[in-house]
Design a protein around this ligand. Structure first.
Ligand SMILES: NC(=O)c1ccc[n+]([C@@H]2O[C@H](COP(=O)([O-])OP(=O)(O)OC[C@H]3O[C@@H](n4cnc5c(N)ncnc54)[C@H](OP(=O)(O)O)[C@@H]3O)[C@@H](O)[C@H]2O)c1
Length: 273
């Protein structure tokens, strides 16, 4: 196996953390990054660095330190991201913009920081952790799905733009994963979804019930990081990899708008007027 130098964002928890350990154990030189580097202390990786994807200075410093410690970066895994749970009409602008700042502009900021050197070397790889909801959306998930749709569009353009430089661009599209993600999306949107006077209160309650069902607990992070490892190591990676996508989500992907709306109305007990 070809040993690679791989920088990963968002390694404090979840998929990023699992992936850092997995790739290090596979013999790669891993640069694990997180907003709070104390969260990385126990990771058995080559380098642990502070990196907040929303802060240009933090990104620049981290990339400079990574290259100084480990040499040129072969692969960027852009993993940092989170969700907000809210009906579209009730989305708080500031919360949604902050989320886009991480999921979209933050991902792009880190790409822009590593790409010049990759282009000069004629070698490198970008792996974006998107979501299956980069391809469709469901109730209370509009803002997050919009951010992952935006990421898919950017990745689709980058993939072709960078083909002439020998830099593959890959999208990972996970289904539900059992990480901090669900709890954090609920708590970030709690002021909105906890309002019992909301016209969408019934929908928020249904979401909680659905999310509590064992089928929606989600796959272990390892199921997704295994697929990311494939995308990192493949000689010719695919443009997209579905990861831990349940049969229900695969069905949703195969349906048109009418079928998707029907399933969502049934799941959320919405009576069409
Ligand atoms: N879990 C799911 O069901 C699911 C499904 C599809 C796709 N995804 C995607 O998978 C990726 C990983 O999520 P996860 O499930 O592993 O959730 P997670 O455990 O909540 O991890 C999210 C990571 O993103 C980091 N992050 C947030 N804001 C950041 C910032 N400004 N700069 C740097 N890092 C930041 C978090 O760091 P802090 O600890 O500092 O906040 C954390 O390390 C995300 O892109 C998510 O959208 C998740």
């Amino acid at each position: 196996m070809n040993k690679k130098t791989i920088l990963i964002t968002g390694c404090s928890t979840g998929v990023g953390r699992d992936l850092a350990v997995r790739l290090a154990q596979a013999g790669h030189q891993v640069i694990a990054t997180a907003r709070n580097p104390d969260s990385l202390k126990e990771l058995p990786v080559a380098c642990r660095l502070a990196l907040d994807v929303t802060d240009q200075l933090s990104v620049d410093r981290a990339i400079e330190a990574a290259v100084a410690a480990c040499g040129p970066i072969d692969v960027l895994v852009s993993n940092a991201g989170y969700a907000i749970r809210a009906a579209v009409e009730e989305i708080d602008d500031a919360l949604a913009k902050a989320m886009f700042e991480v999921n979209v502009w933050g991902a792009l900021r880190v790409c822009k920081a590593v790409l010049p050197a990759m282009r000069v070397r004629g070698q490198g790889r970008i792996v974006h952790v998107g979501s299956v909801v980069g391809r469709f959306s469901f109730p209370l998930n509009g803002a997050y799905a919009a951010s992952k749709h935006a990421l898919e569009a950017l990745a689709d353009s980058m993939r072709v733009e960078l083909q002439g430089f020998g830099i593959p661009v890959v999208l990972i599209e996970p289904g539900t994963i059992n990480t901090h993600f669900m709890a954090s999306s609920k708590s970030i949107g709690a002021i909105i979804s906890g309002n019992t006077d909301s016209p969408y209160a019934a929908l928020y309650r249904e979401f909680d019930l659905i999310a509590a069902e064992p089928a929606f607990r989600g796959a272990p992070a390892g199921q997704v990081s295994r697929i990311i490892q494939k995308a990192v190591e493949a000689r010719r990676p695919k443009s997209r990899y579905l990861a831990a996508v349940s049969p229900l989500y695969r069905l949703v992907l195969s349906l048109g708008d009418g079928g998707r709306d029907f399933l969502a109305r049934r799941a959320f007990r919405i009576r069409k007027k």
